[in-house]
Each structure stands twice: as structure tokens, then as C-alpha cells.
Design a protein around this ligand. Structure first.
Ligand code: ADP
Ligand code: 5GP
Length: 189
């Protein structure tokens, strides 16, 4: 009997505003066997974000119930909000043969690396701090307090990039996309 194919698990991490969403948005247009893991979060939706597409937007109470019910593969607090990856959603996608991309922050990524040592880890880094700040501000989606909190995390986040198998500098979107595509092709060959 032919062995059932199990998908590969990828993590993409990087500071807020580095361009994870932008690069992944393009990646998913042409990689139909890869699925984006839609997280749950207690943060408010940004203009244009859709429940069930970008995130499942939930209340604190709902999120804490999901923690109690052991529904998360990992979860973390980031900048005063909860973010978590649904266990069943990811495991059933992997078991059906899809590759799953987790776009998560560093604490959650560490938990996944411990549970799934074979997962493929990618860190997206900015060309420099000023450019990162410019992108985060240019997105125009956060208030000043939130921007400051996110920028405060950057040094710690960049230090952790050494724990990732691959680092991609997002200088130009097309360059970063090409590097991501090469990594994906190599790891799923
Ligand atoms: P993240 O998902 O990592 O928080 P986004 O994908 O939302 O970041 O990108 C933040 C902002 O930076 C967006 O306005 C996006 O258009 C812009 N951006 C992303 N990648 C680049 C790039 N390589 N060069 C210039 N601007 C970029
Ligand atoms: P944002 O509010 O900008 O969408 O996300 C803030 C941070 O939370 C980003 O680094 C993003 O990758 C991360 N994140 C999104 N979903 C999850 C998740 O399910 N778990 C964890 N640990 N982090 C997440």
C-alpha cells in the first residue's frame, strides 16, 4: 500500500512591519499545496481584515476558554493581546498532505520548534531598523503606543534569528519572495 503523504510544517517569523504578510500574500497565490494557518487573536481587526481569512477575532474570554480546553498547538501574548494556533486545524491540514505555514512570533515559534523538531524555520529580517520603523509607520494601522511596543520587541526578536534554519532579508519584496520560493521548493522536493 502506498504511504500517505504528510505535509511539511513551516514557521515564518520576523518583527512587526518587516513584510511577512506582504511576501506571504504573493507566495500563496502560486503555491496551492501550502496553506496559511489562520490564528485566533484578541486584537481588533485592522481595516480590510476579515474574520476567518486573516484571523479568527475572538474575545479574551473565548481565547482563555480555548486555552483551558487545550485547543492550541501554541499560544502567546504579544503586545497586550493573545495569539494562538489551533491544533486541529494544523494537524488535519498536515495529515491531508498540505504544507502548513505558521506566521507567528518568537515565543510561539520556540514552542513549535520544541514540539516539532523537523519543522522548517524561516526568519524574515529588515534591511535595517530605520527601514523597519518606516514600514511599520507607513502601514498606518497602529497607534503610537502600539508602534512603540512593537519596536521595543525588535532587538530581542532579531537576536533570536540565529535559532532559525533560514534567514531572508526583505529588501525588495520580489527578492524575498524568490528566496522563500527556493527554500520551499528545496524543503518540499
Ligand atoms: P508584517 O506582516 O511583517 O507585519 P506587512 O506585510 O504588513 O508586515 O508590511 C508592512 C508594510 O511594509 C506594508 O505597508 C508593506 O506594504 C510594506 N513592505 C513590505 N515589504 C516591503 C519591502 N520589501 N519594501 C518596502 N516596503 C515593504
Ligand atoms: P499582528 O498583530 O501584526 O497581526 O501580529 C503580531 C504578531 O503576532 C506577529 O509577529 C505575528 O506573526 C504573531 N502571530 C500571529 N498569529 C500568531 C499565533 O497564532 N501565535 C503566535 N505565537 N503568534 C502569532
Amino acid at each position: 500500500m502506498e504511504k500517505k503523504k504528510i505535509g511539511k510544517l513551516f514557521i515564518i517569523t520576523g518583527p512587526s512591519g518587516v513584510g511577512k504578510g506582504t511576501v506571504l500574500g504573493k507566495f500563496f497565490k502560486t503555491n496551492k499545496n501550502a496553506v496559511y494557518s489562520i490564528s485566533q487573536t484578541t486584537r481588533n481587526p485592522r481595516p480590510g481584515e476579515v474574520h476567518g481569512v486573516n484571523y479568527f477575532f475572538v474575545t479574551r474570554e473565548e481565547f482563555e476558554n480555548s486555552i483551558k480546553n487545550d485547543e492550541f498547538l501554541e499560544w502567546a501574548k504579544y503586545s497586550d493581546n493573545y495569539y494562538g494556533t489551533n491544533k486541529n486545524q494544523v494537524l488535519s491540514a498536515l495529515n491531508s498532505g498540505s504544507d502548513v505555514i505558521l506566521e507567528i512570533e518568537t515565543k510561539g515559534a520556540k514552542k513549535i520548534m520544541d514540539k516539532f523538531p523537523d519543522c522548517i524555520t524561516i526568519f524574515l529580517k529588515p534591511p535595517n531598523f530605520n527601514e523597519l520603523e518606516k514600514r511599520l509607520r507607513g502601514r498606518n494601522t497602529e497607534d503610537e503606543e502600539t508602534i512603540q511596543k512593537r519596536l521595543h520587541e525588535v532587538k530581542k526578536e532579531l537576536e533570536l534569528s540565529k535559532n532559525y534554519k533560514y534567514t531572508i532579508e526583505n529588501d525588495e519584496v520580489e527578492n524575498a519572495l524568490e528566496k522563500l520560493q527556493k527554500i520551499y521548493n528545496k524543503e518540499t522536493a
